[in-house]
Design a protein. Structure first.
Length: 201
């Protein structure tokens, strides 16, 4: 959050103090944040009055545009390494060369229909090489890797009574990762409301 606040135009609360280990004397992990005097967009969007709905729609559209522009530009602020943003130097080496499938062949044979088991085992053994082959075809996004914020729901956007965005919260799962993991704003649903579930609404 400190990195986002210092290096980007995205509004986030100020972090006054934090301890992820629980060893600071408080007796528990904690984070002390700046209070943002607003309400979540999710709670504000339930108002069904037409005049407010028009303002809300306009605000939601512009906030989405700002968010998408930010996602596109964030690579200018990103870390040169994949992994944590600050406070860790961790080298996250590729695991594909040493990873093994979770189940032994005997277990797979026991659980798989006899007419399919050889095909399943062949697919499992060839999967790492297929991934390496596919990865070698990509000629774009060589870095630096972008910040990926995984919780861009309306419940994590704080707005005021005029629907101006005051802050974006809930950053605990944000990380620097490859471009292939970047996804659209979760408020931009591609499924018609009549067919969609409540998860992204």
């Amino acid at each position: 959050m400190s990195a986002v606040r210092a290096k980007s135009p995205v509004p986030v609360p100020r972090v006054f103090a934090h301890d992820a280990t629980g060893e600071s004397g408080v007796g528990a992990a904690f984070m002390l944040l700046e209070f943002v005097p607003g309400d979540t967009a999710m709670d504000s969007f339930v108002d069904g009055r037409l005049t407010k709905a028009k303002r809300l729609l306009s605000s939601r559209t512009s906030s989405m545009q700002r968010s998408l522009r930010f996602n596109w530009r964030w690579h200018r602020y990103a870390s040169p390494k994949i992994g944590a943003i600050v406070l860790r130097d961790g080298e996250f080496d590729a695991w594909a060369n040493t990873a093994k499938f979770f189940y032994k062949e005997a277990t797979i044979r026991k659980r798989t229909p006899p007419d399919l088991v050889d095909e399943v085992l062949a697919t499992i053994s060839s999967f790492p090489s297929k991934v390496r082959e596919l990865a070698g075809r990509f000629q774009f996004h060589n870095g630096p890797p972008p910040l990926i914020y995984t919780d861009l729901y309306s419940s994590n956007v704080i707005i005021d009574t005029d629907y101006n965005v005051l802050s974006v919260i809930d950053w605990e799962n944000a990380f620097v990762g490859p471009w292939e993991l970047v996804e659209f704003n979760k408020m931009l649903s591609m499924v018609p409301p009549e067919m969609d579930g409540p998860l992204f609404q």
